[in-house]
Design a protein around this ligand. Structure first.
Ligand code: OSB
Ligand code: MG
Length: 369
């Protein structure tokens, strides 16, 4: 398929509730959306990086620059035979995985549309609905946290992830665990613990957590391995896994038992499939993480979460957990009876852009032909 045209949008979509975690405090979802045109079809991809480099080093500004000045020129007018070619073509640029992922996902969407298959079938997914949970923003008090968790459980979410720090981890996780002895409960530290918190990790071991996500440094594998060897609770890596090589190193070092796989963090779907296959062989369980994406990125994530090694509930929640108004015409809903979300069954990512909403939330737009 020839890459005939790329449209690049910079959007800001207001959240229903602010999202707060260690370092990040946002009232709206800023992202870049790309549309790639070929043979009368349009493929969609989202770059969900933040305005500040507090989760990873990319920002909307760096991603925009890298896309406009390097990545889009590398792809434009090329004839692509397989979507797997994209990572190779873009590999001239080092890093900038989130910027790359938007183009990679849009090309996979295009090819699935051309084959008239939903993306999950095109990539070998094995399920039509995905078990999901909810990632709860940091709250001002235990009471506020309990209220928020109660309302998510009433909606039907069966897995709850709390944002944790050394200050709040024990009190928050214990409070929820006492109220809900059997809940699938976990904590995500976004790198704010150190090995000096070992006593605290040992206390958390008694809470029967599903996992602890990314407790130590964002660029560490060695200390996570030391920690994992001393605690029972499975460790999950998020920020530390940005590439196939990071995955190989984490497996070799036994740094984790689980990976939170975000296609955006690792450069898109081709790398996702390769990392998926490595983890399947190594016995590392996967689940699909989220970056508070718009309906475009979340639809892509739903398809990915259908791959067989995605064995734990995803951080993909219903539209109403994030936005009053989204940029797709479909409403992504939770099935409350089993805490799942259905994967869209139309070709490609299976959702349509609501052009009016896209325009409403667009701050700037460019087209490359
Ligand atoms: O650490 O997993 C994280 C959101 C933005 C950046 C990092 C993280 C998160 C989440 C939210 O936890 C997951 C979601 O609902 O999209
Ligand atoms: Mg995380």
């Amino acid at each position: 398929m020839k890459i005939e045209q790329v449209d690049l949008y910079y959007l800001e979509i207001p959240f229903i509730y602010p999202f707060k975690t260690n370092g990040i405090d946002v009232n709206s979802h800023n992202c870049l959306i790309v549309k790639i045109h070929s043979e009368g079809l349009i493929g969609y991809g989202e770059c969900p990086t933040f305005n500040q480099p507090f989760y990873n080093y990319e920002t909307i500004t760096t991603a925009h620059h890298i896309l406009k000045d390097f990545l889009i020129p590398l792809l434009l007018h090329k004839n692509i035979n397989f979507p797997q070619e994209i990572t190779q073509i873009l590999s001239l640029v080092r890093g900038h995985q989130m910027a790359k992922s938007a183009l990679d996902c849009a090309v996979w969407d295009l090819f699935a549309k051309k084959k008239n298959l939903p993306l999950y079938k095109y990539i070998g997914g094995v399920r039509e609905k995905v078990k999901v949970g909810v990632s709860v923003s940091l709250q001002s008090s235990i009471e506020a946290l309990m209220d928020r968790v109660n309302s998510y459980l009433e909606e039907g979410y069966q897995r709850v992830k709390l944002k944790i720090s050394p200050d709040n981890a024990l009190s928050c996780l214990t409070a929820i665990r006492e109220s809900y002895p059997d809940l699938m409960l976990m904590g995500d530290a976004n790198s704010v613990f150190t090995l000096d918190d070992m006593d605290l990790f040992k206390q958390l071991d008694d809470l029967n957590l599903l996992m602890i996500e990314q407790p130590l440094a964002y660029d560490d594998l060695l200390e996570h391995s030391r920690l994992q060897s001393q605690i029972k609770t499975p460790l999950c890596l998020d920020e530390s896994i940005n590439s196939i090589n990071d995955t190989l190193n984490a497996i070799a070092l036994k740094s984790c038992q689980i990976i939170n796989l975000k296609q955006s963090r690792i450069g898109g779907i081709t790398n996702t499939i390769e990392i998926h296959n490595l983890c399947e062989k190594a016995g590392i369980k996967l689940w699909c993480g989220g970056m508070l994406e718009s309906g475009i990125g979340r639809a892509t994530n739903l398809h990915i979460a259908s791959l067989p090694q995605f064995k734990l509930p995803a951080d993909i929640s219903a539209t109403n957990r994030y936005f009053q108004e989204d940029i797709i015409t479909q409403n992504i809903k939770l099935n409350p009876e089993d805490s799942t979300i259905n994967i869209p069954q139309k070709a490609g990512i299976g959702v349509d852009i609501d052009e009016e909403k896209l325009e409403k939330f667009t701050l700037s737009q460019e087209s490359f032909t």
